[in-house]
Design a binder for this molecule. Structure first.
Ligand SMILES: [Zn+2]
Length: 275
């Protein structure tokens, strides 16, 4: 039986037992069950560099932005905003992370308890210039509702920023190729299968823009971010138990950091503005 694409209603082909790809717009989606909580560790430096890049663009557009982050996790984005004196509001669905964040930031940033697609504006009671999803959007269910509830919490001319991995990137392409050959670990790892909060979607720029255009948003600015840095191989430590394999993968990561300059990038960000 074929499943339909939630973005363009095109028919989708089965990739494996849990994932499909739309044959029309190329959108990948999974039937893994949604959840919240964090799984990925060891990315602090890299993520902070990427956040700096996004914040530079935000400050160019608006020198006094009021930003809401959906799903603040460890709070790295909030930290970067506080460093730059930006008015930032965080949010979390998981009670554990919520407590940690409130403890960490005390009165420096307000953190909302928020579990989308519930009404954002009902919780915040105020509107924002920017609503940002950092590695969160691809974990969410009911995306039409998520976009609608975000729209209601945006000021006029407000912008939604999606920062997420892309299926056009070299990591996704190589992992799907390996999966077809029978090596499933990388592909499963990309979807964060068997983790607290697996990926439900894998977008590229084109189909993510198509989804937002259905809600009257247009792509205003976009770019790519780095997915690995040289001293950042920790994420591969959970994949294999043997020290030998870990060393090999660490070395491959190191090489990859250099190749990354010329290969298709794995993380994208898009600024969507309301028409
Ligand atoms: Zn589609």
């Amino acid at each position: 039986m074929k499943d339909l694409c939630l973005i363009c209603s095109g028919s989708a082909k089965k990739m494996n037992c849990y994932s499909h790809q739309c044959e029309v717009c190329g959108f990948y989606f999974s039937n893994l069950s949604s959840g919240f909580g964090q799984d990925v560790k060891g990315l602090e430096n890299l993520r902070k560099q990427n956040f700096k890049k996004i914040l530079r663009i935000i400050l160019n557009l608006n020198d006094k932005p009021k930003i809401l982050e959906i799903g603040s996790g460890d709070g790295y984005f909030i930290e970067e905003c506080i460093d730059l004196n930006i008015l930032i509001y965080g949010s979390e669905a998981s009670l554990d992370s919520l407590k940690k964040l409130r403890n960490k930031f005390k009165n420096k940033a307000k953190i909302y308890k928020l579990s989308l697609p519930e009404s954002i504006i009902k919780k915040t009671k105020s509107k924002f210039d920017f609503i940002i999803f950092n590695d969160v959007f691809e974990h969410l269910d009911d995306l039409d509702k998520v976009i609608n509830t975000s729209k209601l919490a945006l000021k006029k001319e407000g912008i939604i920023i999606i920062n997420s991995p892309t299926s056009d990137g070299i990591i996704f392409q190589v992992s799907s190729f390996l999966m077809k050959l029978g090596f499933k670990k990388f592909y499963d790892r990309l979807w964060q299968k068997n983790m607290n909060s697996p990926h439900l979607s894998y977008f590229n720029k084109k189909n993510l823009s198509l989804l937002f255009s259905r809600h009257n948003f247009y792509e205003f600015k976009s770019g790519n971010l780095n997915s690995l840095d040289a001293n950042n191989t920790l994420r591969f430590y959970n994949l294999y138990n043997s020290t030998f394999k870990r060393i090999i993968f660490s070395m491959l990561c190191f090489l990859f950091v250099f190749f990354q300059k010329i290969l298709p990038k794995d993380i994208m960000f898009i600024f969507f503005k309301n028409k």
